[in-house]
Design a protein around this ligand. Structure first.
Ligand code: BTN
Length: 342
């Protein structure tokens, strides 16, 4: 759905200022310098977007319930960012917000442009996996970046994004201790996945023309309703907290935290976000298994994160016992099972 237009936006902000008190059509018409008939038309536009507005043609108007939609006029309200989510495209449905953001990247859209969808028909995850994206429950967004630093720093952007997601999830769950980053970029609550990040980039010779950070966060979906393939390891904030999450406030906080982490990363690379990453990294000392991309399976004990973002693992059995392996990309299996007793 396209944005509400200037007239409707002006009416919305005038009604918001009333904090639920009525505003007469006459006042609105004088304030905005448009006819009462046009006011009525704009009110109709807002109602179609899901805003509850009481009132009759010629009478007073009162703003009631707001729609549970990630509209720009809601998320950008009070948003404190300097460059993230100033350009904001909201889609009711798309195949994949990463695909759309990639297209905007090619068209020259500015860094910080976000695409937000209410649902995705082909949401994609790492390693060619699907990302389940039912309508109006969760947050599916892609952010366009134009990294100017060293090409070597680009892969660790995803670790900075994971910090921002973990911080936001922690703030809404109300307890950072329940939240962890499963290297490189899944965010878990009580060891169940609530968020995944997929970064895709476009290179031009030896430089990155742009990168797209696609973030999917399960917010209000009931975890019992996940399709079988996801149910065992997936959860949502609402399922963990026992109450729905304000998706608009969540998106706003996420964009603010992303800006902080991505700006820090742009200035100082992974080093600059590493302390926060480590605050959510709880795998050290645990047995893990890794399917290396295009490589073999490694089983060992996770040691920690190297300065370049690699996961370091010590092999504890077999002929390679004692060897320390650095994994740059792969899929980690935590040997410690999901906690069911809660
Ligand atoms: C993963 O879990 O492996 C990553 C999942 C990333 C999903 C998000 S949802 C928004 C964006 N659009 C996509 O198609 N994928 C990412």
């Amino acid at each position: 759905m396209s944005p509400p237009g200037k007239g409707a936006a002006a009416i919305l902000s005038a009604l918001r200022e009333q904090s639920g008190a009525p505003l007469s059509g006459e006042t609105l018409s004088a304030r905005l310098g448009v006819s009462r008939a046009q006011i009525w038309k704009h009110v109709g536009t807002l109602r179609k977007r899901g805003y509850e507005i009481e009132g009759e043609p010629g009478g007073g108007y009162r703003l009631g319930a707001l729609p549970d939609r990630l509209y720009p006029e809601e998320v950008q309200l009070g948003l404190s960012t300097k460059w993230v989510a100033h350009a904001y495209e909201h889609l009711e449905e798309t195949d994949s917000t990463n695909r759309v953001a990639f297209e905007r990247g090619r068209e020259g859209a500015p860094a910080g442009t976000v695409i937000v969808a209410e649902s995705q028909t082909a949401g994609r995850g790492r390693l060619g996996r699907p990302f389940y994206s039912p309508p109006h429950k969760n947050l599916y967004t892609s952010i366009l970046l134009r990294p100017t630093g060293s090409i070597a720093d680009t892969p660790t952007l995803i670790l900075g994004a994971a910090v921002a997601v973990a911080e936001t999830v922690g703030a809404f769950v109300g307890d950072d201790a329940l939240v962890e980053i499963k290297w490189p970029n899944d965010v878990l609550i009580r060891r169940r996945k609530t968020s995944g990040i997929l970064m895709e980039s476009s290179a031009e010779g030896t430089r990155i023309a742009f990168a797209v950070l696609g973030i999917g966060i399960n917010l209000n979906i009931d975890r019992e309703t996940f399709p079988d393939e996801f149910r065992r390891h997936a959860t949502s904030l609402a399922s963990e907290i026992g109450a729905p999450v304000d998706r608009i406030a969540f998106a706003r906080t996420l964009f603010e935290r992303l800006e902080t982490q991505l700006t820090a990363h742009a200035r100082g690379g992974f080093d600059a976000v590493r302390p926060r990453f480590e605050a959510f990294f709880r795998m050290a000392g645990e047995p893990v298994g890794i399917e290396e991309i295009g490589g073999q399976r490694i089983d060992g004990i996770a040691l920690g994160i190297a300065p370049d973002g690699a996961l370091e693992i010590e092999i504890v059995d077999g002929p390679r016992r004692g060897e320390i392996v650095r994994v740059m990309a792969g899929d980690v299996t935590l040997a410690k099972p999901t906690e069911d007793a809660r």
